[in-house]
Design a protein around this ligand. Structure first.
Ligand code: FES
Ligand code: FE2
Length: 448
């Protein structure tokens, strides 16, 4: 792969070298790779566990099942949040069995041991029957690191991991203008899928598939290579700024009529699209102006956003498995998590958060209109059973199963990437370092 040049635009400040390690198929198919990830990767990163809206009162909790692990995040008397492994110190039974709940005492369903929200054991049956005396007040639930950022709660297994804000950098600073703190999670959907979790991570690490998998986006998002900006950070996170409110420069939409997606986007801000025939690229500037002028009267708080944030799409891809896609009116969380035992399966999750806008009762989510309230649409399904996870997400997921099948072939010799897919190369080289502890050999794939 030629990693030195190409049509894609990488930020001069945030580019990273890659070595050219072969992206082997076994990482998607083998149990050894999956086990090495459980051992070396997942304990070393922060995990998004839930939203603070589910943690209002002391004793409110969220459970996050992750692969074979399960974690509970519990609201404390002092307003903080602590996270514990969801396992009873008596004989290991899982404590919380629901996704969200509230209880003054976390109680084990087996022998009834009870824990305060701070994880301290406070009640056992037959308290005087312990060889070392009563364990109450001495035994605690096993604790993890837990921190919040904006409306989100994160946990981490590594006690020495960097503080969350540092680990998330540069995104807390880059996203500050959107003022995410009070945004409302309206969509909370997930599905069991028949492919490895990295298949969708690769998909989010490139925009090469937009013209083929999401052709309709081209009418209002400019996915042309000279204008799309990729940034790669040393941490392993990366981002992509994609010009919005402008049709793709891959085709000549500029000199003709305004295409449908852009037409609607212009009309939504009182701009007459017909006036932009033959100069459709100018609509973006007109929308910036209209949002600055009319945003506040429509209840939006655009003051701290840059012009770019007002109209463009900012895709933040965090290592290893979390994507945050920002527009001024929608924050999408997209991620995949590993299956407990099968490398050819994963869980896909899609959340959408919206800013609270006075007087607004409904929002347009990727699966249709929904009331602007917490978890208005919350469901888990099996991909392929006909339940939508969002129009664009469905398109991405549609390639997952067939790609997994193709990767099982003896004929597949490692990925052959374009320059614009360099973020995929970097992602896998970081995985090689963290999961295997060494690069894979550089074997020239077919065609090089
Ligand atoms: S396993 Fe929890 S009380 Fe026995
Ligand atoms: Fe996609």
């Amino acid at each position: 792969m030629n990693v030195q040049s190409g049509a894609a635009r990488y930020s001069a400040d945030y580019d990273q070298p890659v070595r050219g390690d072969t992206i082997t198929a076994d990482r998607y198919t083998s149990r050894e790779w999956m086990e090495a990830e459980y051992e070396n990767l997942w304990p070393s990163v922060w995990h998004l566990g839930g939203v603070t809206a589910d943690l209002e009162e002391e004793g409110d909790f969220i459970r996050h099942n992750f692969g074979r692990e399960s974690v509970i995040m519990v609201k404390q008397a002092d307003g903080g949040v602590r996270a514990f492994y969801n396992t009873c110190p008596h004989r290991g039974n899982r404590l919380a069995l629901g996704d969200v709940g509230s209880t003054p005492r976390i109680t084990c369903g087996y022998h009834g041991w009870q824990f305060d929200p701070d994880g301290t054991l406070v009640h056992v049956q037959d308290e005087d029957d312990f060889p070392g005396g009563s364990p109450c007040g001495k035994v605690h639930l096993s604790e993890l690191r837990c921190e919040t950022w904006g409306p989100f709660v994160f946990w981490a297994m590594d006690k020495d991991i960097a503080p969350l804000a540092e680990w998330l950098a540069p995104f807390p600073e880059r996203l500050a203008g959107y003022k995410l703190d009070n945004w409302v999670r309206v969509l909370n959907v997930s599905a069991d899928c028949e492919f490895n979790w990295k298949i969708i991570r690769d998909n989010f690490n490139e925009s090469y598939h937009l013209p083929t998998i999401h052709p309709e986006l081209a009418t209002f998002i400019n996915d042309g290579l000279p204008t799309t900006l990729f940034e790669m950070y040393e941490s392993g996170h990366n981002s992509m700024w994609m010009i919005g409110h402008q049709a793709t420069s891959r085709k000549d939409y500029v000199s003709g009529d305004v295409p449908p997606g852009l037409y609607e986007a212009a009309e939504a801000w009182g701009i007459d699209p017909k006036e932009y025939r033959g100069r459709t690229a100018d609509i973006r500037e007109a929308v910036i102006e209209a949002k600055r002028k009319h945003g506040a009267e429509r209840g939006y708080d655009y003051d701290s956003m840059t012009d770019q944030q007002l109209v463009d799409y900012f895709h933040c891809t965090l290592f290893p498995n979390l994507t945050i896609t920002m527009s001024p009116e929608q924050c999408q969380i997209l991620r995949t998590e590993p299956h407990p035992t099968d490398p050819a399966k994963c869980v896909f999750q899609h959340w959408c958060l919206y800013p609270p806008v006075e007087g607004m009762k409904e929002v347009e989510t990727p699966v249709g209109k929904a009331p602007l309230k917490h978890d208005a649409i919350a469901q888990h399904s099996v991909y392929g059973d006909g339940v939508s996870l969002g129009f664009v997400a469905d398109q991405d997921l549609s390639i997952g199963t067939t790609q997994q099948q193709g990767l099982n072939s003896r004929g597949f010799q490692g990925c052959l990437l374009t320059y614009q897919e360099k973020r995929i190369q970097r992602f896998h080289e970081l995985l090689n370092d963290v999961v295997l502890g060494h690069p894979t050999e550089h074997k020239a794939p077919a065609g090089e």
